[in-house]
Design a protein around this ligand. Structure first.
Ligand SMILES: C[S@@+](CC[C@H](N)C(=O)[O-])C[C@H]1O[C@@H](n2cnc3c(N)ncnc32)[C@H](O)[C@@H]1O
Length: 284
């Protein structure tokens, strides 16, 4: 089954429907958004940007791409793909949005598993970083790419079946708005033991925080319907993998100078993955 292009988008300036006209999306008030040569569309107007180059930088995205391509987080990708496939069993047509998609590793894994089951899939990666969306389109040109914010998702109400949010910044009100009745939010967040070997090198005191609080998402017909712990130990990582891991996470910027120096010497050590996948479902 083919991956489908997006048919409906909303203008980020006046929220009216955008129509595609060649290489441009245009609304009734003539606000225009060009499709970039990589095939994504930037729907983040200057007035909605808090910085000139918001979100993850070009370097962070390249480091994350290289680290994820090396397969260390494959258990997370497999668990996410299985979770979404189970939720969507028997469905023939699906809209999946990855809100804060990064360079598209997880969206691509989820999409590949869904299309094996003969699903007509419209899969969209949205990120506030243009570097992320560009990289997502290079990973798989059939994925739709939107530069936009989770705070204002340029998709119509009730247009998606699944909203993925992995290691991201959830905006539950917007996720619920774009989901169809019966839709699901699928989140992946680090657990207390995640990357403990790296964190114990770079911080003097290691915090074992629980996964992000999702209580704001629950109630009014929304409940936690599944919770899956993904725990694994990697093969020993090379110095290059440790470097990519550091650049792609906030740890590099939070660590002290001594911590960064210790991290720069890390190699040939296995790391622990501890990730909680949670499904928040709508019972309507
Ligand atoms: C830790 S990365 C995770 C990326 C990807 N989901 C993954 O798991 O590989 C967080 C991503 O969220 C993006 N981001 C930050 N604020 C955002 C916002 N308000 N809306 C959409 N994306 C955002 C960043 O640019 C970055 O790509």
């Amino acid at each position: 089954m083919p991956l489908l292009p997006l048919a409906h988008l909303l203008c980020p300036i006046d929220q009216s429907e955008l129509q595609q006209d060649g290489n441009t999306w245009r609304c009734q008030n003539n606000h225009c958004f060009d499709i970039a040569k990589q095939g994504y569309v930037n729907l983040l107007p200057v007035q909605n940007k808090k910085s000139l180059d918001p979100g993850d930088s070009k370097e962070m995205i390249a480091a994350r791409r290289d680290f994820l391509n090396s397969g260390v987080y494959q258990p997370i990708a497999i668990a996410l793909a299985n979770t979404v496939a189970t939720l969507c069993q028997g469905r023939k047509q699906l809209g999946v949005l990855d809100a804060g998609c990064g360079e598209g590793y997880y969206l691509n894994a989820v999409s590949e598993s869904l299309i094996q089951n003969e699903v007509a899939l419209c899969a969209t990666g949205l990120d506030i970083s243009k570097w992320a969306v560009r990289s997502c389109k290079i990973r798989n040109p059939k994925l739709n790419g939107l530069v936009a914010s989770n705070r204002q998702i340029p998709l119509p109400d009730h247009s998606q079946d699944i909203v993925l949010c992995t290691f991201g910044f959830p905006v539950f009100e917007e996720f619920k708005r774009v989901l169809k009745p019966g839709g699901h939010i699928v989140m992946a967040d680090p657990g207390p033991e995640h990357l403990i070997e790296l964190r114990s090198q770079i911080y003097d005191t290691v915090r074992r925080n629980p996964p992000a609080d999702i209580s704001a998402a629950l109630g009014e017909g929304w409940q936690l319907s599944d919770s899956i712990n993904v725990q694994f130990t990697s093969a020993p990582l090379s110095a290059e993998q440790f470097e990519h891991l550091l650049v792609m996470t906030p740890h590099l910027y939070r660590a002290s100078r001594e911590g960064r120096e210790r991290a720069a010497k890390l190699q040939n050590i296995a790391i622990s993955g501890d990730v909680l996948i949670r499904v928040i479902s709508n019972s309507h």
